[in-house]
Design a protein around this ligand. Structure first.
Ligand code: LLP
Length: 426
């Protein structure tokens, strides 16, 4: 093999019939690479979580919205969410139809709500004022309400989306007001949903919150439960980012078993025959993606060895934004290998003019040098979608390694002209 740290991707044949060096040369770096086989496998893990009738997976498109990936996800039988006109546009480009898209959003303008309705979507609102606004646009129609179960979870305060300290959801103590607004606008509560936060590695919190939502469904006033078509428990399913430390995976078999018991027991008790959804983003998309970049400079500043790359936080913001850990691989041609050296503590940085532009801090890794290609693992979720043009850098290209092992460009790198596209009066 041509690489000096690649056992993880080697074990999966991640790059198919290509090598990362060849892909970096052909398409340039930074470059997002996705593996179709892994994406399909992750979809199947979730689709088979429980065999309860009506169970389905609602992929949360915010994690990765490339239509080429969305098409594959659709083939695997998942439905999708949208939370903005842009996500809805991507869903439709990928072939999803109105019945396969749920609009799960917050703080929309009337125009955005109208747009979702015009596309025939069921809309989930997360405040009384949005319920009122939707009611005025959709009198006599159906609506979903996002509740805040009072339990939050997540890998960082910025991604915990339930509990007292977040902006999300309607708290259950507002139930009377919810039903007063439903009555005023003659609307039917067709669904309830929640999302407690992003990245849990143990099933308990998720299941506990699911039970809370089911309890809430059961205590809806009058015959509202009979009219309910969808109960959506949200996403948050975590993936192990510490691949080289053999971090254990979320135990989906256990989660599935317990979820199955919970859902079938509850449905038997209440007679509910509607749909149950989960709403994962990261679990579906993260592990099928690797971000390739190149080392352009190395130096020692004080005691620290810095490895300077083209992987700035404009390309992958997670480490700078949440202190997130992504494992790294290092690829180098055999003829260019340095004599073996002890691994060293190194800090990998990008090419953005900010001191917070750090991809990986103080990592014990083989000594890197100019020209090396780096692979940032688990970059498929919240990677490209959070990339920006900061410092007037262009958005990277995206390539799919198809099931037959060949590479296909699914998004070209931005050009300088793309950067000027929106200017007026030049
Ligand atoms: N449903 C709703 C309403 C959400 O807001 C989210 C994520 C999901 C589902 C999917 O959550 P997941 O299964 O991916 O955890 N940028 C952060 C994650 C932010 C998540 C935002 N909402 C990160 O890079 O870790």
């Amino acid at each position: 093999m041509s690489d000096i740290r690649s056992t993880y991707t080697d074990s999966l044949n991640f790059y198919g019939s290509h090598t990362p060096l060849e892909l970096a040369e052909t398409y340039g770096t930074p470059l997002y690479i996705y593996n179709e086989g892994i994406l399909r496998e992750r979809c199947r893990d979730l689709m088979t979580l429980t065999s309860h009738p009506g169970f389905g997976v609602n992929y949360s498109v915010k994690a990765n919205a490339n239509p080429a990936l969305l098409r594959i996800i659709r083939q695997e039988g998942l439905v999708v969410d949208a939370m903005s006109p842009g996500e809805l546009f991507m869903d439709e480009l990928a072939g999803f139809t109105a019945g396969e898209i749920l609009y799960i959003s917050n703080n929309n303008s009337p125009e955005e709500l109208q747009n979702a309705l015009a596309h025939g979507l069921l809309v989930s609102v997360d405040s009384l004022s949005q319920l009122d606004a939707l009611g005025r646009l959709n009198r006599g129609g159906k609506v979903m309400v996002r509740f805040n179960p009072g339990i939050g979870a997540g890998h960082h305060a910025k991604v915990i989306t339930a509990g007292k300290e977040t902006k999300f959801g309607v708290t259950p103590d507002k139930m009377d007001e919810v039903f007063a607004l439903l009555a005023e606008h003659r609307m039917t509560l067709a669904g309830i949903n929640q999302h407690i936060g992003s990245l849990f590695m143990e099933p308990d919190g998720y299941l506990e919150a699911a039970a809370v939502l089911l309890h809430l469904a059961q205590s809806l006033p009058g015959n509202a439960l009979e009219k309910l078509e969808i109960i959506d428990f949200g996403g948050g399913f975590g993936i192990p980012y510490r691949k080289y430390e053999q971090q254990p995976r979320l135990d989906l078999a256990e989660l599935g078993r317990r979820l199955h018991e919970l859902l079938s027991g509850w449905a038997r008790k209440t007679g509910y025959a509607g749909r149950f959804l989960i709403e994962p983003g990261r679990y579906v998309a993260a592990e099928c993606g690797v971000l390739l970049g190149r080392v352009h400079a190395v130096k020692n500043n004080g005691d620290k060895r810095y490895v300077g790359t083209d992987l700035g936080f404009n390309v992958l913001v997670r480490p700078a934004m949440y202190d997130s850990f992504h494992d790294l691989e290092i690829y180098r041609r055999p003829g260019e290998r340095a004599p073996s050296q002890e691994p060293q503590l190194q800090t990998v940085v990008g090419n953005i003019c900010e001191s917070g532009d750090i991809l990986a801090k103080d990592r014990l890794l083989p000594v890197m040098r100019e020209g090396d290609v780096l692979g940032v693992l688990d970059a498929g979720a919240y990677g490209f979608v959070m990339a920006s043009n900061y410092n007037q850098r262009r958005l990277p290209a995206e390539v799919l390694i198809q099931s037959n092992g060949t590479a296909r460009l699914i998004r070209r790198r931005e050009t300088l002209e793309d950067l000027a596209r929106g200017f007026a009066g030049l």
